[in-house]
Write a protein that binds this ligand. Structure first.
Ligand SMILES: [Zn+2]
Length: 244
C-alpha cells in the first residue's frame, strides 16, 4: 500500500498518527509525508527569521521521516494563515495524482476544541477541509482541473481516508508496542516539543484513547472507505456503511 499524509505542519502526522504510521512502515508500506506549510511560524523567539525556522524544522522532519522510511513532499504554503482555497485544492489534487495513495491521512476539519484545553489550530481545519474537497470529486475526475490531466496526471481513486484527531472516531489502532517509538518520533521535532512533558502527555493521551477499547495505548481515527462509484457501493449488501 501507499499511505500519504497531508497535514498543515511538520509534526502533525507524527502527533496524530505516529504509532499507526510506524506500524504501517514495519509492514513494508510506502509512506509519503505531505507538508502543506513548512511551519515557518513555529517559534516564540522574535529574533528567529522564517528562513531559520523553516531550516530547523526541515531537519527535524527529515530525522522523523527517516525513522519511518518516509518520503517528504512540501507544498510551501505560509504557516498560520492557511485557507482551503481552490489553489490549495489543485495542489493537493496534483500531489495525490502523483503519489496515488491507497490511504490518505489528514486532519478532521470538524474538530474545533481539544480536551477542554485548547482551540484546534485553524490550519488543521483548513488542511482537512482542503484535502477532503480535493479527494471528492476532483482527484478522480478528468474534467476538474483539466490542466492536471493535460500534464499527464491521470485521475485516481483514494480507497480510504483516516482523519484525526476526531470527536467521532470509528477506528482504534493499538499502538502499545510502538508507543516509545512514537514518542521518539515526536521528540525529533525538538523545537516544538519539550521532552520534559512530551512523554507524559502522549502516554496519557494514548491511554485515554485506548481506554474506550480496553487497550493500553491507542490512536483513533474517523475513517471513510471510498468507492469508484458511490451508488454501486451503496447498492451492495456489504456496503461500507454496513461494515463495523
Ligand atoms: Zn499543526
Amino acid at each position: 500500500m501507499t499511505i500519504l499524509t497531508l497535514n498543515a505542519h511538520p509534526d502533525d502526522a507524527e502527533t496524530m498518527a505516529g504509532g499507526t504510521l510506524l506500524k504501517w512502515a514495519k509492514e513494508g508500506h510506502r509512506i509519503v509525508i505531505g507538508l502543506i506549510t513548512d511551519g515557518d511560524k513555529g517559534t516564540n523567539d522574535p529574533l528567529d527569521t522564517p528562513e531559520q525556522v523553516v531550516a530547523r524544522r526541515a531537519k527535524e522532519q527529515a530525522r522523523a521521516a527517516a525513522q519511518l522510511g518516509a518520503e517528504v513532499i512540501r507544498l510551501g504554503y505560509e504557516d498560520g494563515l492557511l485557507q482551503p482555497t481552490l489553489e490549495l485544492r489543485r495542489d493537493l489534487v496534483r500531489v495525490m495524482r502523483q503519489v496515488r495513495p491507497d490511504i490518505v491521512v489528514s486532519s478532521d476539519p470538524t474538530m474545533w476544541f481539544r480536551h477542554g484545553l485548547y482551540i484546534n489550530h485553524p490550519d488543521h481545519r483548513a488542511a482537512g477541509q482542503a484535502v477532503l474537497d480535493a479527494i471528492y470529486p476532483a482527484v478522480k475526475k478528468h474534467s476538474i482541473f483539466p490542466e492536471l490531466a493535460a500534464e499527464g496526471l491521470e485521475p485516481h481513486v483514494v480507497s480510504e481516508i483516516w482523519l484525526g484527531p476526531s470527536d467521532e472516531p470509528d477506528k482504534w489502532v493499538d499502538i502499545s508496542d510502538v508507543l516509545d517509538e512514537k514518542i521518539a518520533l515526536i521528540c525529533e521535532h525538538a523545537s516544538q516539543f519539550d521532552p520534559a512533558y512530551t512523554r507524559e502527555a502522549f502516554t496519557r493521551m494514548a491511554a485515554r484513547v485506548g481506554a474506550a477499547k480496553g487497550l493500553a495505548a491507542a490512536e483513533s481515527f474517523r475513517t471513510l472507505r471510498l468507492a469508484r462509484s458511490t451508488v454501486q457501493a451503496l447498492a451492495r449488501s456489504n456496503a461500507p456503511w454496513n461494515v463495523g
